[in-house]
Design a protein around this ligand. Structure first.
Ligand code: FAD
Length: 469
């Protein structure tokens, strides 16, 4: 008898789970309010933001090209066509996902699911009660609200409304120096807004190594109007001409600034408030995440949880890998989601990417590591791109010479990091990266040369290894 499973939520976690379960021969029902699968990632997250960042990149490169003797006029911005491009990208992928649902003979129900009990769902507005052997919760997350900015004004944006490109505000305040705020801030800055960022902590992208963030900080200082750290937004008033924002510094001093729009981007909260979930044994932690075992089973044996609703990092590829683990667990396999490296990518300019152990975490854990850094100023490819503002670093266990982590800052870092993921997952040694022939001239060589730096033998930097006593 094949298993009959339901997946609640059709984001990159939910649809990956549904597709894999169908491939393994299970009868699958996938439930989501949208016409086609995609979730936040496709409709309001990863994909539309990257389509707009691509436009921003073209604008920035065209502006920068005058330094190479190629001068273009100021770009003519047609917001309708930009929205149209972004919409067509989303629709192409959504339509493709819809076809894959049909090809796999998955029952797709458009609606919101709630629990009747641990194996029964009701779907509003149309279906139920429906009984299943197992249920996977993949309901994702939503933007966090800031109590001081809870005014109901269309000038206050969250990531979803910012992606709609309502207009190009003259002055835009981004609240939060995390990756979503910086990515969207970069889009608006390229389109012509004067962007300021206000961040409560002392730097951008908390959690990322400071030597990676340094290059982005320097570039954004030039591109943005202001970067304000250790500063809080304590009030926002809409006075019809604009938004009056009260900012409070670390020492308690307050000042008022006017902005045309404010984009609030201070993190996301899990969607764990699902109707009827309290009728099951599923447990939720103090931050709102559904508690799961390593195989993603909850305290209710028939219910599994994956993706943003099941914990950090809230990333699409983490969700879709957890999906496969949960499905295999339902099939009866002994599995666990225990990756050595979940890559993180910030798609700003320059991009920042890391995987595995970071230097910051090694310090926090008191773990002895050696850092091998290769500056992009010594990379032939980076010089041809006129983009030497980058670095590739390896976090290495000095005892075993094993690569524990990789961090990269520079254009295209997001594409380069996969080699780092493979190295960490396959327990590669620095020697493996050093001996693997990388194509010239590419920025991928910086990974190989960082390994050479570890041995004090990098071709393009002179940094002899200190002799051990
Ligand atoms: P989601 O994608 O959130 O999907 C959950 C789905 O469940 C939604 O469609 C929701 O409507 C549905 N749902 C909720 N409750 C119910 C219910 N009761 N019944 C039925 N359906 C329900 N991640 C990356 O990895 N790379 C990026 O570049 C990136 N960029 C981002 C940019 C932005 C602006 C944002 C906001 C996010 C970005 N993310 C990125 C994060 C990424 O979108 C999420 O990590 C990912 O979508 C999580 O997938 P998920 O399957 O857990 O849930």
């Amino acid at each position: 008898m094949s298993k009959n499973i339901a997946v609640i939520g059709a984001g990159p976690g939910g649809y990956a789970a549904a597709f894999y379960a169908a491939d393994l021969g299970m009868q699958v029902t996938l439930i989501d309010p949208e016409v086609n699968p995609g979730g936040v990632c496709l409709y309001r997250g990863c994909i539309p933001s990257k389509a707009l960042l691509h436009i921003a990149k073209v604008i920035d490169e065209a502006r920068h090209a005058s330094a190479w003797g190629l001068t273009f006029g100021e770009p003519k911005i047609d917001l309708d066509r930009m929205r149209g491009f972004k919409h067509s990208v989303v629709q192409k992928m959504a339509g493709g996902n819809g076809q894959l649902v049909k090809a796999r003979k998955i029952t797709y129900i458009q609606g919101m699911a709630s629990f009747v009990d641990a194996t029964t769902l009701q779907v509003e507005p149309i279906a139920g009660p429906l009984k299943f052997d197992s249920i996977i919760i993949a309901t994702g997350s939503h933007p966090t609200k800031v109590p001081n900015i809870s005014i109901d004004s269309p000038k206050v944006l969250d990531s979803t409304s910012a992606l709609d490109l309502p207009d190009i505000p003259k002055r835009l305040l981004v609240v939060g120096g995390g990756y979503i705020g910086l990515e969207l801030g970069s889009v608006y800055a390229a389109l012509g807004s004067n962007v300021s960022v206000v961040e409560m902590t002392d730097g951008l992208l908390q959690g990322a190594d400071r030597d990676l963030v340094r290059f982005l900080h320097q570039r954004l200082e030039k591109k943005f109007e202001a970067l304000m750290f250790e500063t809080k937004v304590v009030g926002v008033k809409d006075d019809k001409t604009g938004l009056k924002v009260t900012l409070e510094g670390k020492d308690g001093t307050k000042r008022e600034e006017s902005y045309d729009r404010v984009l609030v981007s201070v993190g996301r909260r899990p969607n764990s408030k699902i109707g009827g979930l309290d009728k099951t044994k599923v447990q939720i932690d103090e931050r709102g995440f559904i508690k799961t075992a390593p195989n993603r089973q909850t305290d209710e044996p028939t219910i599994f949880a994956i993706g943003d609703v099941a914990g950090e990092p809230m990333l699409a590829h983490k969700a879709s890998h957890e999906a496969r683990v949960a499905v295999e667990a339902i099939e009866g396999q002994k599995v666990a989601f225990e990756p050595a490296a979940i890559p993180a990518v910030v798609f700003t300019d320059p991009e920042i990417a890391w995987a595995g152990l970071t230097e910051t975490d090694a310090q926090k854990q008191g773990r002895t590591v050696e850092i091998a850094r290769f500056p992009w100023a010594a990379s032939g490819r980076a010089i041809t791109l006129d983009r030497t503002d980058g670095v590739t670093k390896l976090v290495i266990d000095p005892a075993t010479e094993r690569v524990l982590g990789v961090g990269i800052c520079g254009p295209g870092a997001g594409e380069l990091i996969s080699e780092g993921v493979l190295a960490v997952e396959m327990a590669a040694l620095a020697t493996d990266l050093k001996l693997s022939i990388h194509p010239h001239p590419t920025t991928s060589e910086t990974v190989m040369e960082a390994a050479e730096v570890f041995f004090g033998q990098a071709t393009h930097v002179y940094r002899p290894k200190k002799k051990q006593d």
